[in-house]
Design a protein around this ligand. Structure first.
Ligand SMILES: [Ca+2]
Ligand SMILES: [Ca+2]
Ligand SMILES: [Ca+2]
Length: 472
C-alpha cells in the first residue's frame, strides 16, 4: 500500500512528482495484508544521542491504525509472537533475539467500555481492558543453534490506545508506567505511538499517477499522518548484543556492527473466535522486516509471501537476482528516463544487504553475505545535526548505517536505485521530508499517538495536489 512520489527536479521549473511502489512495509505482501495485527510496518535501529552505549531498536506493527476505532481498539495479538533479532556475525542468522508475548485481561466483562472516564493508571479498575507482556531473550548455542531462553520481563503493561482526554486525562501517566528498565539495564517501552514513517502514498499504485510538485524539496502529502501503530522500543546495553559481549570501543572495533530485523510468528493452525487463544501446531514466521525497501519493491509479487516466511541467511540464494537487476530501475527509466543502471547492481546489494565498506560491514564476515538486516555500526557517534539523507547526505550516522526515525528512506532509496552510488545523482523524492509530529529527544523517541477524540479526517487527508493532465 505504501507508495511513493518520485520527483524529477531535473525538470527544474515544472518538476514532476512520480509515485512509485516503494517504501517500507505497510501491507507489502498479499498474505500479511490480511493479517494486520501480525504485520511489521517498520524497523529502526540507531544509536540515540542520550544513550551512546546502547543499541536502540523500534519495531512497529499494525499499519494504519485509525485512532477513533472503538470500542475494540487495536492491540497486539496474544496468539502471535513478536520478535526483534540481532545478528552480530554477519551471516544473517540471529545471535540474540527478543520475543514479546502478550496477554489481554478484561476486568469487567459486563462493560462495553475499554476504560471508564478518568482512568488514571494500570492499577485503576477504570482501565477495563489491560494488555501485559513478557520478554524472552533468546541466544543460540553451538552448530545446531540450540535456543537458550531467558524470560527477562513478565507482566509489564502495554500503553493503551489513546482513546481521548475524558477517558485518559493524563495519557502520559500510562507512557511513563510502560517505560521500564530491566535488571540487565535494558530499557523497554511497548504500546501505541504515532506512526513515525512518512511518505506520500496516495498516487503510487494509481498506475504511477503524477501529481504536481517538487521532488525532494517538500510539498508532498504524508498519507500516514494522523495514523498510529503499535511499537516495541528496546534500548539494549551494547555488551548484551555484541559478539564478544563487550561494549564497543569505536567504529573500527571488531564487534562494532550489528544487523537488526523484526519478525512475527503464528501457530500453523489457528482457529479464530474458538474460545482458545492458543492454536495448534508449530510456530511459523508470517512476517519479517529489515531494510525498508526490500520486500516492498525489490521482491516480485509472486515471492513476497515466501520472503515473509524465510530468514535473512537465505536472501542471497533466493532473492539476489531481483536486487542485482531491480525491476524498479527499469520502471524508472521507462517512465522518466533517469538513466538508472538496470543490471549488475552490486552497489544496491552492498548498500542494503552487505553493508558499506569501512562503515557498516560486519568485520570478518566472508563475502560478506548479502542479508536483509539493518546494519548499524555501534561505534559511529550520533550526529549533532541529523541529515535526513543519511550517508548519501554526508551524515554517516544515518541510513543505511542503521536507520533513525527521521531518515528519509523513501528519498534515499529512490536515489540509490537511480544509481547515486554509481555517480548517477538524481534528486528524486516524494516531497515529504519529515514526520507529521516531532520525535522526542528522549526514550521512547516516537511521538505520542493521536487520540481518538482529537483525531480528525483532515489530519489524515490533506487537500490533494491535483494530478497533471495526461500529456501535461
Ligand atoms: Ca549471526
Ligand atoms: Ca506520523
Ligand atoms: Ca521523503
Amino acid at each position: 500500500m505504501r507508495k511513493l512520489l518520485l520527483a524529477l527536479a531535473a525538470l527544474a521549473a515544472c518538476a514532476l512528482v512520480v509515485p512509485l511502489a516503494l517504501s517500507s512495509s505497510h501491507r507489502e505482501a498479499p498474505g500479511i495484508s490480511l493479517d494486520p495485527s501480525a504485520d511489521n510496518t517498520d524497523t529502526y535501529a540507531w544509536t540515540a544521542k542520550d544513550a551512546t552505549g546502547a543499541l536502540t531498536v523500534a519495531a512497529n506493527w499494525i499499519p494504519g491504525e485509525v485512532p477513533a476505532n472503538g470500542p475494540n481498539f487495536h492491540s497486539f495479538d496474544p496468539r502471535a509472537r513478536y520478535y526483534v533479532h540481532i545478528d552480530n556475525t554477519g551471516d544473517g542468522k540471529p545471535d540474540v533475539s527478543y520475543r514479546f508475548r502478550f496477554k489481554t485481561k478484561v476486568r469487567n466483562k459486563n462493560s462495553f467500555l475499554y476504560a471508564l472516564p478518568g482512568a488514571s493508571g494500570y492499577g485503576d479498575p477504570k482501565l477495563n481492558v489491560i494488555q501485559r507482556y513478557s520478554i524472552d531473550r533468546i541466544t543460540y548455542r553451538g552448530k545446531r543453534r540450540r535456543e537458550r531462553v531467558h524470560t527477562v520481563a513478565r507482566g509489564l503493561p502495554v500503553a493503551p490506545p489513546n482513546i481521548g482526554p475524558k477517558t485518559f486525562p493524563n495519557y502520559q501517566t500510562f507512557v511513563d508506567g510502560a517505560t521500564r528498565t530491566l535488571k540487565d539495564g535494558t530499557k523497554v517501552f511497548v504500546g501505541q505511538r504515532d506512526d513515525p514513517f512518512f511518505v506520500d502514498l496516495g498516487a503510487t499504485f494509481d498506475g504511477l499517477n503524477i501529481r504536481v510538485p517538487t521532488g525532494d524539496k517538500g510539498a508532498g502529502k504524508d498519507d500516514l499522518s494522523g495514523y498510529n501503530i503499535h511499537s516495541t522500543v528496546l534500548q539494549i546495553p551494547e555488551r548484551l548484543v555484541t559478539r564478544n559481549r563487550q561494549a564497543v570501543s569505536g567504529p573500527d572495533a571488531a564487534n562494532a556492527v550489528v544487523g537488526v530485523w523484526s519478525t512475527t510468528e503464528r501457530r500453523r493452525l489457528q482457529v479464530t473466535n474458538a474460545g482458545s487463544a492458543r492454536g495448534h501446531g508449530r510456530w511459523v514466521q508470517v512476517s519479517r522486516l529489515g531494510n525498508p525497501l526490500v520486500n516492498e519493491v525489490v521482491i516480485p509479487l509472486g515471492k513476497k509471501d515466501q520472503f515473509n516466511r524465510t530468514t535473512p541467511n537465505r536472501d542471497a540464494a533466493l532473492y539476489g537476482k531481483y536486487v542485482v537487476k531491480p525491476e524498479l530501475a527499469a520502471v524508472m527509466n521507462a517512465l522518466f528516463n533517469v538513466g538508472a543502471p538496470e543490471d549488475n547492481r552490486a552497489d544496491i546489494v552492498q548498500a542494503l544487504l552487505q553493508g558499506l565498506p569501512g562503515l557498516n560491514q560486519h568485520s570478518g564476515a566472508k563475502g560478506p553475505p548479502a542479508v536483509d538486516t539493518i546494519k548499524l555500526n555501534l561505534g559511529t557517534p550520533p550526529s549533532a545535526t541529523e541529515d535526513r539523507f543519511g550517508v548519501i547526505g554526508g551524515d554517516n550516522a544515518g541510513y543505511p548505517n542503521g536507520r533513525r526515525l527521521g531518515d528519509d528512506v523513501v528519498d534515499i532509496d529512490l536515489q540509490v536505485v537511480a544509481g547515486y552510488l554509481k555517480g548517477n545523482k538524481v534528486p528524486l523524492g516524494d516531497g515529504v521530508d519529515q514526520n507529521d509530529k516531532p520525535f522526542l529527544s528522549t526514550f521512547p523517541y516516537l511521538a505520542a499517538p493521536t487520540s481518538g477524540f482529537d483525531s480528525a479526517p483532515s489530519d489524515r487527508f490533506e487537500p490533494p495536489h491535483p494530478p497533471v493532465p495526461a500529456g501535461g
